[in-house]
Design a protein around this ligand. Structure first.
Ligand code: ADP
Ligand code: GLC
Length: 493
């Protein structure tokens, strides 16, 4: 196949298990919302497809286009396909219906326990999305799959006879948003993948005796990428490869890293309807009002103590336990800390307990609250993100946009987006935050101490804030990088 001329607009099908604002548990949903909008801006015919969860607001369900049938898990299963539009945009959005799988209260789990039929659910989604959209008559040039939930699609397109004949062999890009979540299931469920038994081998889906769904995409996608250049390197090393580094290295020529962007139409302190007062790099005054409002909302004393914020999924890789272990030392000083998050029940329990010990200094909100997250980014002075691993991370970029100085561990996208306030950089006015190396309490505390020292010097604080706010993480550059990646995938023999 010849390399396409760069001017040709592409037909792109973007598959994801969550897309904001319809359904979101983390950064994938934000990327699945904003990258397609940026691709549309570049003139491409980009369309989205996701499961039609029972939790999606009826306003966003669009209209039913028709039904389809796939042979899945050894039987015929029917599904519906709806056509909606991504709210606030012109991007068409297909929703794949099947009440048995998607009319539930959670996306992937309930009460901290993953649904036992997740393989069944997302294999159906992957196959059903290909068939449901094929029935509308539209044929994409490229299919962009994201994370394990859609990782079977590249295998179906390459080897399965169950795929609509017009779609067979279509090229794919697979984005790894987080290598930790690989989609591992017991071998006995292999029939649910709808793939031939001959693919249950170490060079395809087999993994220490289990099924590993992500391996299907690593084996069969035309191109593989991840969400920051640093993470693309890390996942190919034994330390960062989550036991898949060897397998990933077999595809290293096809692996790249493209830094995520953020959507400034949603995350912009000078136009954000969800925060108390608007502010900008040139007119920062409103930020102090946002801080006072956040203190008041959380029941923190409204004095000029530095306020550390954290908005996070509460899971081990986010380093929440490091924050917990640092609390006694950190809160001995005149500081305030506010944490918004949900997740691991044990981390939730420890945080709630700690908040009872430090009622004047620590507030913990254990829920998912998008609007409150905006107020956290706007009202905090510093943002804690001591991740053990972080493929890209959007929260530190939101913080930078809102003049909230991030304190991050040097890993993945955090390393690619935050520049440490070392003295040389402060002199050159290029620093944007505080970066530490070891995933250890002492290292976190030292970085926090450096932040407190900066807080005591308004000029330094002001410089860090303003340099961070001037950073440009818009999708424009990254969407062009995706465009190139799509063309490379299409041109591959
Ligand atoms: P990840 O996708 O690994 O969770 P990211 O930094 O890429 O990490 O994205 C996290 C996104 O989820 C951000 O938009 C963040 O504001 C949001 N988020 C996480 N926890 C909460 C919460 N409890 N309430 C509101 N938003 C949250
Ligand atoms: C994943 C990663 C996060 C990244 C997000 C969007 O959830 O954990 O680092 O920002 O995907 O790509």
């Amino acid at each position: 196949m010849s390399v396409q001329e760069p001017s040709k607009n592409l037909k792109i099908l973007f598959m994801a298990s969550e897309i904001a604002p319809l359904a979101k548990t983390g950064g994938l949903a934000d990327v699945a919302n904003s990258l397609p909008k940026a691709l549309l801006e570049l003139g491409h015919d980009v369309r989205l497809v996701m499961p039609c969860y029972g939790t999606i607001s009826p306003d966003w369900l669009g209209k039913r286009l028709g039904t389809f049938m796939v042979f899945h898990g050894g039987t015929h299963v029917s599904g519906g396909v709806r056509l909606s539009t991504l709210p606030g945009s012109k991007v068409p959005l297909y929703l794949i219906e099947q009440g048995l799988y998607f009319s539930r209260s959670g996306l992937y789990q309930v009460g901290g326990q993953p649904y036992s039929d997740n393989l069944d659910r997302f294999a159906f989604f992957s196959l059903g999305a290909l068939e449901g959209v094929a029935q509308t008559g539209w044929i994409p040039d490229i299919i962009h799959c994201n994370d394990w939930h859609t990782a079977l699609a590249p295998a179906y397109l390459k080897v399965s006879l169950r795929v609509n004949p017009k779609w067979r062999g279509l090229p794919t890009v697979f984005t790894i948003h987080n290598l930790i979540y690989q989609g591992r299931f017991p071998a006995a469920q292999f029939h649910q993948t709808d793939l031939p038994d001959s693919l249950f081998t170490p060079d395809c889906l087999e993994y220490f005796g289990d099924i590993n769904v992500m391996k299907a995409a690593i084996a069969f996608a035309s191109k593989i990428n991840t969400v920051s250049p640093r993470y693309a390197e890390e996942i190919q090393t034994p330390e960062g490869g989550c036991s898949l580094d060897g397998f990933l290295r077999t595809r290293s020529a096809d692996i790249s890293g493209i830094l995520n962007g953020i959507d400034y139409s949603e995350w912009n302190p000078s136009a954000d309807p969800l925060i108390k007062a608007k502010f900008s790099r040139k007119l920062l005054k409103g930020k102090a009002r946002c801080k006072a409002a956040l203190q008041q909302e959380l029941g923190l004393p409204q004095h000029d103590a530095p306020l550390f914020g954290c908005v996070s999924r509460l899971v081990h890789e986010k380093g929440i336990d490091l924050i917990l272990d640092a609390l006694d030392v950190l809160l001995r000083q005149n500081v305030q800390l506010a944490i918004l998050g949900s997740g691991d029940p044990e981390l939730e329990r420890r945080l709630a307990e700690a908040a009872q010990y430090h009622p004047e200094r620590l507030k913990v909100v254990l829920r998912y609250d998008e609007a409150l997250a905006h107020r956290f980014y706007a009202g905090s002075d510093f943002f804690l993100m001591p991740s053990r691993s972080e493929p890209c991370g959007l929260s530190q970029m939101y913080s930078l946009a809102y003049g909230t100085i991030p304190i991050v561990r040097e890993t993945g996208g955090l390393a690619d987006t935050v520049r440490d306030a070392a003295s040389e950089r402060l002199k050159k006015r290029t620093a944007t935050g505080f970066v530490f190396q070891e995933p250890a309490v002492d290292a976190l505390l030292q970085a926090a101490q450096r932040a407190l020292d900066a807080y005591a010097h308004p000029e330094t604080l002001d410089q860090l804030r303003k340099t961070g706010m001037a950073e440009d993480f818009s999708w424009e550059r990254s969407s062009r990088a995706y465009e190139n990646l799509y063309r490379e995938a299409i041109a591959k023999p």
